[in-house]
Design a protein around this ligand. Structure first.
Ligand code: 5GP
Length: 193
């Protein structure tokens, strides 16, 4: 791809469990011009995660201080007590490397990022085929308590209401097809803009 990547952004949002992580990984593997925006979070690190790769894990105090110092492009209290956000510095780091940035954020965060970046961004909503499939996928991960799961399912239902605020929607009924579709949309956007 020969177009300029600096200044461009891809936003991928979905209710938790809709398969967005798999799609983002697929895009990163196939499009070397993309670089993942590592969010900061105040939640606890999970088993397989690495600080500085999956997230920058910070204390709630640090997170609040960064909000006060206006360091974020966007931030959300995604779950009560758990903050997530993208630091301005992270976007600069990626653009300075000559890459387009790809965000994997919750739905409200995705709407806010699109407002912030405007035409420089393509926002994609990944939709699960049904509420039942979503619940099955979330349970299938087996990494969380029943209480955490109930919270995630409630939030996912709320998030489905924001679908119209995105540039485009991919229905993830078949993961392979959804990955192909995402690849096509993203490469078209990066070349065109
Ligand atoms: P998890 O705890 O499962 O890693 O992430 C929970 C949710 O927070 C996911 O929907 C994830 O995409 C979202 N998320 C991750 N980083 C950010 C961010 O910087 N901003 C917002 N708004 N949401 C984020």
């Amino acid at each position: 791809m020969s177009a300029r990547m600096n200044g461009k952004a891809i936003i991928i949002s979905a209710p938790s469990g809709a398969g967005k992580t798999t799609i983002v990984k697929h895009l990163l593997k196939r499009i070397p011009e993309l670089e993942f925006s590592i969010s900061s979070t105040s939640r606890m690190i999970r088993g397989e995660e690495t600080d500085g790769k999956d997230y920058y894990f910070v204390s709630s105090e640090q997170f609040r201080k960064d909000i006060g110092d206006d360091r974020f492009v966007e931030w959300q209290e995604v779950y009560p007590g758990s903050f997530y956000g993208t630091r301005k510095q992270e976007v600069e780091r990626i653009w300075n490397a000559g890459h387009a940035v790809i965000f994997e954020v919750d739905v409200v965060g995705g709407v806010n990022l699109k407002t912030y970046f405007g035409d420089a961004a393509l926002s994609i909503f990944i939709k699960p085929p049904s509420a039942e499939t979503l619940e099955k996928r979330l349970r299938g991960r087996g990494t969380e308590t029943e209480e955490a799961l109930t919270k995630r399912i409630g939030k996912a239902t709320f998030e489905l209401g924001f679908v119209d605020r995105f540039d485009t929607v991919i229905i993830n009924d078949d993961l392979r097809r959804a990955c192909d579709e995402a690849y096509q949309l993203v490469t078209d956007f990066l070349i065109r803009q």
